[in-house]
Structures are given as C-alpha cells and as structure tokens.
Design a protein around this ligand. Structure first.
Ligand SMILES: Cc1cc2nc3c(=O)[nH]c(=O)nc-3n(C[C@H](O)[C@H](O)[C@H](O)COP(=O)(O)O)c2cc1C
Length: 173
C-alpha cells in the first residue's frame, strides 16, 4: 500500500501512547489537578520520569514553586472527569470539588493522591534544567501505590481532543 504524507503537526498523536495521567498538586494547602498525556519513563531504579507540563497551566506555576506532584493513573470510568479537568484551570475552579474527586494524603509530599485513580506515584522534581526550554520536569518517584486486584486496568491513552485508545488487553510474543 503506498504511503501518504502525514501532517507534521499530528506526529505527536502517533507516539503519545502512555496512559493519560492526572497530575495533582498542592499550594498553600489548596489542591489542584490536571491531565497530561505527555510523560515518559527515563530510568528504572530509582524510577525517573519526564513530564511535559505546559507553561500556560496553573500546575506549571505550582510545580515550579513546590517541586513536587503526584502522578495518578485513571481508568476508563473516569474519562469524562479527566477531560473536564483538562478544560478548566485551577486558577478559577476547585477541580477536586467540581469533578467529585477525592484528595488523600500522600506519604512523602504535600501534594494529594487522587483516591479514584488505581495508581498514585509521589514525585519530586530532581532536574529543572529543561523546564524553561521544553516545559519538561524530570522527577523521581519517591513512593508508589497501586490498587491490587485490577487484572487488566482499562487505562486511557490520549489521541487528541476527546479521543482516546483504550488499554487493558495484553498480548505475549
Ligand atoms: C486528555 C488531555 C491530555 C492533556 N495533556 C496535556 C499535556 O500532556 N501537557 C499539557 O501541558 N497539557 C495537557 N492538557 C491540557 C491541560 O490539562 C489543561 O490546560 C488544564 O486545564 C490545565 O489545568 P491547570 O491550569 O489547572 O493546571 C491535556 C488535556 C487533556 C484533556
């Protein structure tokens, strides 16, 4: 089958295959939460992750100051809340309240866990050198939590807009 040119501006849609996550933060005791699709693991042990958090966002401002956040991994039942949290800014709205999400205390940082998500990763920023250039926060996971008993979590993998690929099926080679 002959190939056709693919729009350069849409290339990100082909590679952004990790689960969409909710980044939760705390500033002066006030919580915020924002979805991001652009994350990638960089190392195994300790677990190092890169997260691209746009400088338009309130989350960007908060993390620049606090140097910590939680990466929460939602499943498909939360997809509407995830999109909702990405449609308004925490500068104007208490998103935990508006989208009926439950903050829970983390063990090592002040940012809260999102109870409804099946995984919570407490993270601390360890390298700020790419923040100004690429909005890229390099973090170390300092504590990790997972709800046991979910065999094939139906994670949501963002394409664009409100479109996602559903995870959950596993194959072996
Ligand atoms: C599914 C989805 C994925 C998103 N991925 C990203 C992302 O990877 N990086 C980013 O900066 N913003 C991303 N956004 C946009 C932010 O979530 C959005 O701007 C949010 O309202 C910012 O919230 P805040 O101002 O409260 O921090 C995404 C939004 C949605 C709905």
């Amino acid at each position: 089958m002959p190939k056709q040119k693919f729009p350069l501006a849409d290339v990100y849609q082909l590679l952004g295959s990790g689960p969409t996550v909710l980044i939760s933060t705390s500033l002066k005791g006030k919580y915020n939460v924002m979805p991001i699709a652009w994350t990638t693991p960089l190392d195994f042990k300790p677990p190092i992750i890169a997260c691209c958090i746009g400088d338009h966002s309130y989350t960007f401002q908060i993390v620049k100051r606090t140097k910590e956040f939680v990466i929460n991994i939602p499943t498909a039942n939360l997809v509407k809340k995830v999109v909702g949290c990405g449609s308004v800014s925490g500068r104007k709205v208490d998103k935990f309240k508006k989208f009926k999400l439950t903050p829970e205390p983390a063990s090592k940082i002040k940012a809260p866990l999102v109870k409804e998500c099946y995984v919570n990763l407490e993270c601390k920023v360890i390298d700020s050198s790419l923040i100004n250039k690429y909005n890229l926060f390099i973090v170390k996971v300092v504590a990790a939590w997972m709800e046991r008993g979910i065999k094939h979590p139906r994670t949501i993998h963002h394409i664009t807009g409100k479109r996602f690929i559903l995870g959950g099926r596993e194959i072996s080679a």
